[in-house]
Design a binder for this molecule. Structure first.
Ligand SMILES: NC(=O)c1ccc[n+]([C@@H]2O[C@H](COP(=O)([O-])OP(=O)(O)OC[C@H]3O[C@@H](n4cnc5c(N)ncnc54)[C@H](O)[C@@H]3O)[C@@H](O)[C@H]2O)c1
Length: 367
């Protein structure tokens, strides 16, 4: 699909989930790369995991706004609150919107389904409505939202047998509520792109890891447990492959996509062709979970977090697959490479080393 490339300088960017792992890293990266940009950050700072980690991420962003041309305006608020979102859009008239706010995680959706419907469905619907009405308020200097970029997930592929996963694969069989809400977002975005000519791009992320990451994710939980001397549980008896994607690669991909919106066009029928696109962002190199754990162990030892004599094997329990989990995720990133000239390339060794160094500094040295 043809793209309409733009510079972020002088733009107002709305980032939801700005205190989250990916959202916060994206804000930081935007400030490091772009001049004269205003970011309006929204997050409800929910306690799904340690809120102090979210506060730390927000502080990292604020530290970068040292000169007057960069502005970070943060609101603690819920994207499912329509009035709140309308006020934000009316007040700031964002040019680019990046929706990272969501209730993430597959397992939590089994016990807490309401959180998924509220954030991922109602919240996203509100954002689409606000984008739609941004054109009503258009005037000379504000043409409404130029691009809505939103997080989807590799979970939409469910138990797809064909690998690597491609955005042209049929994904009508979600195996978790989380996946169903992410697929819903893609469908809603398509309808709004078609009806209201909103340029939208959905990004299916594949298992993102790195410094300051989410404590609910396996690599983070394994680290906590090894340090406490507890047992880690390895699902599907370790027979599981993941496309682990380093946070900097994800952010690089999101930033490139933000700058290249699907171009508005008129089809042969005289009606707008929906300016709608979807991409995978994954490492495109699946790693065996056991190899991932081995590298994590080696890095924990070499950073001095655990002693060389640590008996890792005694702290492992191999168990069956959990409901909603899938044995392999693996991204086909050809489209991302073709349209944006980018392919994630951080090795597991480098990525996990950075994570372990951060973990040591954040939890062990400071304590
Ligand atoms: N990290 C991954 O491996 C991964 C993989 C696939 C997809 N994703 C998607 O990427 C996005 C970002 O993920 P993340 O890993 O940074 O997760 P995260 O939980 O760290 O970030 C999400 C942020 O959104 C906020 N939030 C949740 N509901 C909200 C609401 N209703 N209103 C306002 N704020 C709300 C949370 O407080 C949190 O800070 C999510 O949409 C997630 O589903 C992440």
């Amino acid at each position: 699909m043809k793209k309409c490339f733009c510079d972020l300088s002088g733009k107002k960017v709305l980032v939801t989930g700005a205190a989250g792992f990916i959202g916060a890293n994206l804000c930081t990266r935007i400030f490091m790369e772009c001049d004269d940009v205003t970011i309006i950050g929204i997050d409800n700072l929910n306690d799904y995991y340690d809120v102090s980690l979210k506060m730390w991420r927000l502080n990292q962003i604020k530290k970068l706004c040292t000169n007057k041309t960069e502005q970070f305006i943060f609101y603690e608020g819920n994207i499912a609150d329509k009035g709140f979102m309308e006020d934000i859009f009316h007040t700031y008239k964002p040019n680019i919107v990046v929706n990272m706010a969501a209730q993430a995680g597959v397992r939590y959706s089994i016990t807490n389904p309401d959180a998924y419907m509220e954030s991922n469905v109602t919240g996203f619907y509100n954002i689409l409505e606000c984008c739609r009405h941004s054109y009503d308020a258009a005037f000379e200097k504000y043409q409404g939202v130029e691009h809505l970029v939103y997080a989807s997930s590799s979970s939409v592929y469910g138990s797809n047998k064909k690998v690597p996963y491609s955005t042209s694969d049929k994904v009508d069989d979600p195996v978790s509520l989380y996946a169903a809400t992410k697929k819903t977002d893609e469908l809603l975005a398509h309808a709004y792109s078609k009806l209201y000519d909103i340029p939208t791009t959905g990004l299916r992320f594949f298992t993102v890891y790195g410094p300051g990451g989410r404590p609910d994710m396996a690599y983070f939980g394994f680290t906590n447990k090894f340090i406490k001397g507890e047992q880690i549980q390895i699902f599907n008896y370790g027979n599981c492959k993941r496309d682990f994607t380093y946070i900097d690669d994800i952010v690089e991909g999101v930033l490139r996509v933000m700058k290249g919106a699907p171009q508005r066009d008129i089809g042969e029928d005289g009606l707008p062709v929906p300016p709608y696109a979807l991409y995978n962002i994954g490492n495109s190199h699946p790693e065996n979970l056991l190899d991932f754990i081995n590298i994590l162990q080696e890095e924990l030892i070499s950073a001095g977090v655990l002693p060389e004599t640590y008996d890792f094997e005694a702290h492992k329990e191999f168990i069956a697959m959990q409901p909603g989990d899938v044995p392999v995720t693996y991204a086909d990133t050809t489209d991302l490479e073709t349209d944006y000239g980018f392919k994630p390339n951080t090795t597991l060794r480098d990525g996990l080393r950075n994570f372990v160094r951060w973990y040591k500094e954040f939890y062990l040295v400071k304590a």
